[in-house]
Design a protein around this ligand. Sequence first.
Ligand SMILES: C[S@@+](CC[C@H](N)C(=O)[O-])C[C@H]1O[C@@H](n2cnc3c(N)ncnc32)[C@H](O)[C@@H]1O
Length: 218
Amino acid sequence: MKHYRFASSLFYGAIAGIYDLLDVVLFRVPARNPRMGLVRALRPEIRSVIDLCVGTGASSIAIAKADEARCVVGVDLSAKMLGIASHKAEKADARNIELYRMDATATTFPPASFEAVTTSRSLHEFPPDLRDRIMREARRLVANHGRLYIIEWERPTRGLARFIFGIFPLLFEPRGFREFLSLDWEAFLRRYGFELERDESYTFSRLLIARAVEGQGE
Ligand SMILES: C[S@@+](CC[C@H](N)C(=O)[O-])C[C@H]1O[C@@H](n2cnc3c(N)ncnc32)[C@H](O)[C@@H]1O
């Protein structure tokens, strides 16, 4: 666990400066951009959101800008990624976002502090024990009947895009990535006290929306 944290901070410290290029290349069409899908899907009554593994803030800043009455908190282990997120938030004049250097498996916020939890492109990176801890923390942080929004990779079903995606994990993604892509999300989420409501497809990605079920996984 300690070793993972160190390796992750080192890795993201090294690539933080170019990390956002991935969004520029992949998500050119707004209607197919999962972060825009997240902004649209966030229920308007949701006032407080925590973004676990916020990275450079791409999802969080979009959420914060879409509704300035909403309070958005982002946590990440990498000081470099957080530094970029903070700079971008300032540039975008997003004042309703707070960023903390914190471990997403054990944040310091009290239980049920948020109406929604989100995490994007992070779960696939973690070894199963760490993924389990982040999911438990997500359920602890969200109030009953609150929502969980996950953006994750999804393999396209056809054509060149499917072929490209078949190569890409070999280059960048950790062991276990292929297995992760065929995860049974409904069963996975149920294990942590969430009920899958929607599963939407975007460019190379999916957006999963789940409800926190009372009395389960808390
Ligand atoms: C692939 S990036 C995703 C960033 C962002 N959510 C996005 O959608 O672009 C994974 C992020 O998880 C962070 N991270 C890894 N382990 C973490 C942990 N235990 N707690 C908090 N952040 C962590 C890394 O520093 C990195 O910023």
